[in-house]
Write a protein that binds this ligand. Structure first.
Ligand SMILES: [Zn+2]
Ligand SMILES: [Zn+2]
Length: 112
């Protein structure tokens, strides 16, 4: 089960439809999380459990997860769970448009 978030900044920048988590099929080794691609200058939803983190848009490797997928994870858990995404709603992040740390994410719906 996953969910969809959107990012908004006071400068008017909006990033919609970023998927978090896993889909219905619960594919092992897949956990999508919003990442910032330095090549695209866009937040993208990428598989943070992949051995090599890649941007799904440009296939580039200049990509950084907004939050550490391991945060909030218990030791015996095989996957990050939704708690790992909580910092996404608590913190502010660097906006790809204006560069200020004022990009905020909000929950927009479920995804499966
Ligand atoms: Zn990219
Ligand atoms: Zn901005």
């Amino acid at each position: 089960m996953g969910f969809v978030v959107s990012g908004r900044c006071g400068c008017g920048y909006v990033a919609e439809g970023l998927t978090v988590g896993v889909g219905m099929r619960n594919t092992p080794g897949v956990w999508l999380s919003p990442c910032l691609c330095r090549t695209c200058h866009q937040p993208v939803s990428a598989n943070v459990l992949a051995k090599t983190l890649k941007c799904p848009t440009c296939k580039g490797k200049e990509i950084m997860p907004f939050v550490d997928p391991e945060s909030g994870k218990d030791e015996d858990e095989a996957f990050p769970d939704c708690r790992a995404s909580e910092p996404l709603f608590e913190d502010r992040f660097a906006c790809p448009a204006c560069g200020k740390k004022s990009l905020r994410f909000s929950f927009t719906g479920m995804w499966d």
